[in-house]
Design a binder for this molecule. Structure first.
Ligand code: ATP
Ligand code: MG
Length: 202
């Protein structure tokens, strides 16, 4: 094919694509916060959530981050937010959580304490973005009542967006969320013996 023909073909294809994109943009007329689930077994769920935190902060939005993890390992995002973003409310489940089923009651108590921080954020219209990092495990282990959590997400203020991360999460959670993305592992450095890295993995 001559260069001229290729150029013309490309132009026609791009015109068609532009018309389709423009029509989709025009059709997306609902203006409200979105609920996003980032799930799957690959790396990138929490990093993606913190990418959105950075985006929101760029517009001086009010952000809340609640991490349903033990929190003994410091993370770069935690260090940065605590040092440079006093306006971001950051809460970690922290001590008391063991993943040890022998202390199931302790785990449940820790999960409920953490949920008691998250739930009011989901009712507070001054928060533009709420991140519920690793929340899915609390549902998978039945540490939090699913109906209560899903109801809080669904009935949050219209202007508020929420991001939930973690593997699994179940069909009911997926149903409540507007956007669901699965990060699938194709390969991970750790499997090849490369140690978790500061600033990359934590
Ligand atoms: P990240 O915080 O890096 O975005 P993630 O939130 O997708 O990861 P988690 O299951 O929360 O994944 O795991 C947190 C830690 O485990 C990170 O240090 C991450 O690099 C590492 N990790 C994530 N996925 C894998 C995997 N498939 N194999 C080994 N380590 C993983
Ligand atoms: Mg994570």
């Amino acid at each position: 094919m001559s260069d001229e023909k290729r150029d013309a073909k490309h132009r026609a294809a791009m015109e068609k694509q532009k018309a389709s994109v423009d029509a989709s943009i025009a059709a997306a007329s609902v203006d409200r916060g979105v609920a996003i689930l980032l799930t799957g077994n690959g790396k990138g769920k929490s990093s993606s959530a913190f990418g959105m935190v950075m985006r929101a902060l760029g517009y001086e939005h009010k952000v809340g981050v609640v991490q349903f993890i033990k929190g003994e390992q410091m993370s770069g995002e935690e260090l940065y937010l605590r040092e440079h973003c006093p306006r971001v409310t950051l809460y970690q489940m922290g001590t008391g959580f063991t993943w040890d089923t022998q202390d199931r009651q302790g785990d449940i108590a820790a999960a409920r304490r953490t949920w008691a921080v998250a739930e009011p954020m989901l009712q507070d219209p001054s928060y533009d973005l709420v991140v519920l990092d690793e929340l899915t495990y609390m549902l998978a282990y039945d540490y939090l009542p699913e109906a209560e959590v899903l109801d809080a997400i669904a009935s949050r203020p219209a202007s508020q967006s929420v991001v939930v991360t973690g593997r699994g999460g179940g069909a009911a959670l997926q149903e409540v969320m507007d956007t669901v993305s699965e990060v699938r592992e194709i390969k991970h450095a750790f499997t090849a013996g490369i140690a978790a890295r500061k600033g990359v993995d934590y």
